[in-house]
Design a binder for this molecule. Structure first.
Ligand code: ADE
Ligand code: ZN
Length: 333
């Protein structure tokens, strides 16, 4: 089987995708129009032309502006449903979706509106597309600890729908330690923990995510390679890194895909996974990310299968379900 056919045939779990980052320009226009919200672009082409980023912040400014169109439960449903259709095309059978409530509650949208729209799409995806999903609520790290505590409080009535909490937005200057007390409370309440660390930020932020937030996974973490002691710790604990190749390229974490370290990390025994992060902004969904690294880094069948196996190992699925998918992948020839 060719590499491309194998990529399509592999069942995959996506563990790092921001639902607001799946907002395609066409849907953005449609929803902005029906909600009579002004967005600073005249056409879909103009939106796409604005997607030329030079670092994380230059992307985030545009990403938060786009999210302004989302106001009602149906908007969050439509956004999430459109993403599930992409999952189906790419044979993503399970996804753990980030959402950023503070981006919306700051504009007067109720927490309940956001979660109900997303959950209804998740239920329909299970029933109609046979795709399972979990939700992870992220705190915006450029906002205060107090704001994060308030958001955690708002989430508690909906805890049955939210498996974990995470940390995203502007990394530099906002280390994980800023939120150690919020994450302690979240853990106490029973949430699993993830955090973006080592994307633009230094290896030190990955240490903080491990030792102060007690994460179950690191999101990105590609800069961990700069610290051999950290690498040894990640390998020893088989701590997953949810890596996002096209994102790293678009946000200039790397200069070219050929210099991405995902293959090296895989060969060193880290539990790395492939993910799309903000696919509407970065030029592709799950299989596009697999294709890009396969071509640039000359990945073979064993690498591709291991990446797919890792995605289930690192997921928050029940053990028996993980085993089911892993055995399924091992049988593909
Ligand atoms: N929010 C959406 N995408 C993000 C990323 N790649 N890093 C940090 N915050 C984000
Ligand atoms: Zn991310």
């Amino acid at each position: 089987m060719s590499q491309s056919n194998l990529i399509r045939a592999l069942p995959k779990a996506e563990l790092h995708v921001h639902i607001e980052g799946t907002f395609e320009p066409e849907l953005m226009f449609e929803i902005a129009q029906r909600n009579k919200v002004n967005i600073p672009y005249k056409s879909v082409e103009e939106v796409k032309a604005a997607y030329d980023f030079y670092n994380l912040q230059s992307f985030l400014d545009i990403y938060y502006a786009g999210a302004n169109a989302l106001l009602f439960e149906q908007d969050f449903y439509d956004l999430t449903w459109a993403y599930f259709k992409k999952c189906k095309e790419d044979h993503v059978v399970h996804t753990e979706i980030f959402f950023d409530p503070q981006t919306h509650t700051a504009r007067g949208v109720h927490f309940e509106t956001i979660i109900q729209g997303i959950v209804r799409a998740c239920d329909d995806a299970q029933a109609q597309l046979e795709i399972s999903s979990e939700l992870i609520m992220c705190f915006l790290r450029h906002l205060s600890e107090e704001e994060a505590f308030k958001t955690l409080e708002q989430a508690l009535p909906f805890q049955s729908h939210i498996i974990g909490v995470g940390l995203d937005s502007s990394e530099l200057g906002h280390p994980p330690s800023k939120f150690a007390r919020v994450f302690a409370q979240a853990r106490e309440a029973g949430f699993l923990i993830v955090a973006h660390a080592g994307e633009e930020g230094p290896a030190e932020y990955v240490w903080e995510a491990l030792d102060q937030l007690h994460v179950n996974r690191i999101d990105h973490g590609v800069r961990s390679e700069e610290d051999p002691e950290l690498m040894a710790r990640l390998i020893r604990d088989r701590m997953p890194l949810t890596v996002c190749p096209l994102s790293n390229l678009k946000l200039r974490v790397i200069d070219e895909m050929e210099s991405h370290n995902i293959k090296r990390l895989l060969e060193k025994g880290l539990c790395v996974t492939v993910n799309s992060d903000d696919p509407a902004y970065f030029g592709g969904y799950m299989n596009d990310n697999f294709e890009a690294i396969t071509q640039a880094l000359d990945l073979n069948e064993t690498d591709l299968k291991q990446l797919a196996i890792n995605s289930f190992e690192a997921s928050f699925l029940p053990l028996a379900t993980k085993q089911h998918w892993i055995e399924h992948i091992q049988r593909i020839s």
